[in-house]
Ligand binder design. Structure first.
Ligand code: FAD
Ligand code: MEZ
Length: 570
């Protein structure tokens, strides 16, 4: 047999996977079909528990929600390993093919789309949310809390977007966790840091809302079950304000899971494999709903009073990235495969204004070997960066634009992140990199130097000098502002890192109520809201680490509440 359906067909009939009297698939989530996989093979947790412990298990992952078996195991075509959209594990999957994705523009297939529009409304709701990342899930939760009926549409087979990958933390000022740790911060300092990091082209009103609501947003997440008690430093921040779970575990998978659980608990209708290809408007330009392409059910219209675009950025779409910033042509990206910019396309079709699209950020520490971004928190907790000569060449926690540019000037256009066992113990996220087998280890600095092929004497000299700066409290070489610990506890570790496209700062123009502004009139488009990476203005020319998760939670909440209010008053 070529594909799973052949094999299952031989065993039983189509009924072993499908509901025959429905005449096809159950829905775009393939709910019934996936339930059949689980009833025979067990769920992901059971499969992961049964996997050998010495290998990366394909069933154990950082993905959120309930991962459908059919995300990887296809019925009527070759199966694929979804993880290989970022990593390259090369799991030997039965009936498997290579993971690849061809970008299809939202307005392809116009004839079929027009036919679906002519067929009229299939369903009605108060609020449609586009995207199941943090902004979309936060919007769904707050819209449900405001009494709206919500349908959330996600084009990928797995939920969580880039949010589920977020690692280092969520910035917030004047929080309870900071007070407990004796960290003195002020909302105004967060505003000043954000404006400075964004080269002062941010919309100051949006930045004020971001900082002034940040502590409330942490409390909101905590009230729903989140653990945001560990606080670390990110580049460009004057103080430690990046919140994450205890022990420094990745923030995004946790926040996205909490939001997912709460959206599900509140009865949100969540549909995966469901791509919004058009926002529909009446003749006056007011939003009336969306045109969706269900992967299995085809095109259909949902009528809605309000639509929240929370479709994320476009860093994974290198053609589009290179169009705005040719220097980034051919660069790898840290992002999930769905970060292609659909949100912008549907917003543009609906007449939205955009800003700052030319500002695209590279994250300085991406591991080409692992296909993963190495969180800035490793540097925040004390790691240094050295070149092939074993020398430091920058303040490791400067802003990303500067750090990436400095790394690209080194021989090989890459560098090594170097840390010790005390840093490893301070940050659970590091265990993920060890698990991926991309971290080199040495019992001594000299042994480590050999592993990464840099001169041992130089590396030892660099670390001795750095430890001296930590002791004196002043980095006489590069003026690094935080010097949390000496690199002194064996074993020592290193990872090769290089910049990769990470965040698209520009996007749809919104106001402080998350209303989308019209390109033509400069006024809000009635019924259209947006939040998160699809928007522009919050981060200016360069986003600070930790500010995106803050952005999506705060503006997601605002967008959901405002959309629900609009729907009610409509
Ligand atoms: P996303 O989370 O990307 O969600 C958008 C969703 O919309 C996606 O699931 C996408 O598939 C879906 N979608 C797109 N188009 C359509 C369509 N047409 N129809 C239906 N669905 C659609 N920021 C921080 O502040 N702190 C961190 O520690 C941090 N770490 C990061 C680590 C990594 C590896 C990456 C990639 C980013 C990190 N960021 C971090 C940035 C941050 O995670 C993102 O900017 C943020 O999560 C974006 O959230 P969002 O909800 O706007 O978009
Ligand atoms: O905000 C980010 O993108 C971030 C903190 C990433 C990271 O290095 O963890």
């Amino acid at each position: 047999p070529e594909v799973l359906a052949d094999f299952h067909g031989e065993m039983g009939s189509c009924d072993s996977c499908h509901v025959s009297d429905k005449g096809g698939v159950s829905d775009d989530n393939l709910s019934h079909e996936n339930a059949q996989c689980v009833s025979c093979h067990g769920d992901l947790k059971e499969l992961a528990a049964a996997a050998p412990k010495d290998k990366v298990s394909p069933h154990k992952s950082h993905l959120i929600g309930e991962i459908a078996c059919t995300s990887c195991h296809k019925g009527h075509e070759k199966s694929v390993t979804y993880c290989d959209a970022c990593h390259s594990f090369g799991f030997d999957m039965p009936y498997g093919g290579k993971w690849e994705r061809k970008f299809v523009p939202v307005d392809a297939d116009k004839a079929a789309q027009d036919k679906a529009i002519a067929a009229g409304v299939k369903e009605t709701t108060d609020v449609v949310v586009i995207g199941s990342g943090g902004a979309g899930l936060a919007a769904a939760v707050s819209a449900r809390d405001a009494g709206a009926k919500v349908i959330l549409l996600e084009k990928e087979p797995v939920p969580g977007g880039n949010t589920k990958l977020a690692a280092g933390g969520m910035n917030a000022a004047e929080t309870k966790a900071q007070t407990k740790l004796g960290i003195e911060d002020k909302k105004q300092i967060m505003i000043d840091d954000t404006m400075k990091g964004g080269r002062n082209i941010n919309d100051p009103e949006l930045v004020k809302v971001l900082a002034n609501n940040s502590s409330d947003s942490i409390d909101w997440l905590t009230s729903m079950g989140a653990d945001m008690t560990d606080v670390g430093r990110m580049g460009g921040a004057s103080v430690n304000r990046s919140h994450r779970p205890t022990g420094g575990a990745g923030v995004g998978a946790h926040v996205a899971q909490v939001l997912w659980d709460n959206a599900v608990k509140r009865g949100t209708d969540i549909r995966l494999n469901s791509r919004v290809v058009r926002i529909l408007e009446d003749t006056k330009g007011n939003v009336t709903g969306v045109l969706v392409k269900g992967e299995y059910t085809g095109y259909y219209i949902i009528k809605a009073d309000a639509v929240v675009i929370a479709a994320g950025g476009f860093a994974k779409n290198n053609d589009r990235v290179a169009k705005y910033d040719p220097k980034l042509k051919g660069f790898k990206a840290t992002n999930h495969p769905g970060a292609t910019g659909d949100g912008l396309d549907v917003a543009l079709q609906a007449g939205a204004a955009t800003r700052d699209l030319e500002f695209i950020q590279a994250h300085p520490t991406y591991s080409p070997a692992g296909g993963v971004m190495i969180t800035e928190a490793v540097r925040g907790n004390g790691a240094i960066v050295v070149n092939r000569e074993g020398n430091r060449f920058m303040n490791e926690i400067t802003t990303r634009d500067k750090a990436s540019a400095a790394i690209l000037q080194q021989k090989g256009e890459s560098a090594y992140l170097v840390f010790d066992d005390s840093i490893r113990k301070s940050l659970k996220a590091i265990e993920g990199y060890v698990h991926l087998n991309i971290v080199k280890e040495g019992k001594t600095v000299e042994e480590l130097a050999k592993q990464i092929d840099v001169p041992a004497a130089e590396l030892a000299k660099t670390i001795t000098a750095y430890n001296g700066f930590v002791k004196s409290g002043k980095d006489a070489q590069f003026e690094r502002p935080n010097l949390p610990r000496e690199l002194a506890v064996a074993p020592f570790y290193a990872l090769e890192i290089a910049p990769a496209v990470h965040h698209t700062m520009g996007g749809v123009v919104i106001d402080t109520k998350a209303e989308v502004k019209s390109e033509k009139t400069g006024k809000p488009i009635q019924g259209l809201y947006a939040a998160g990476e699809v928007t522009g203005g919050v981060h200016g020319a360069n986003r600070l680490g930790g500010n995106a998760v803050s952005d999506i939670v705060t503006y997601g909440r605002i967008a959901g509440a405002e959309a629900a209010k609009f729907a009610k008053d409509h």
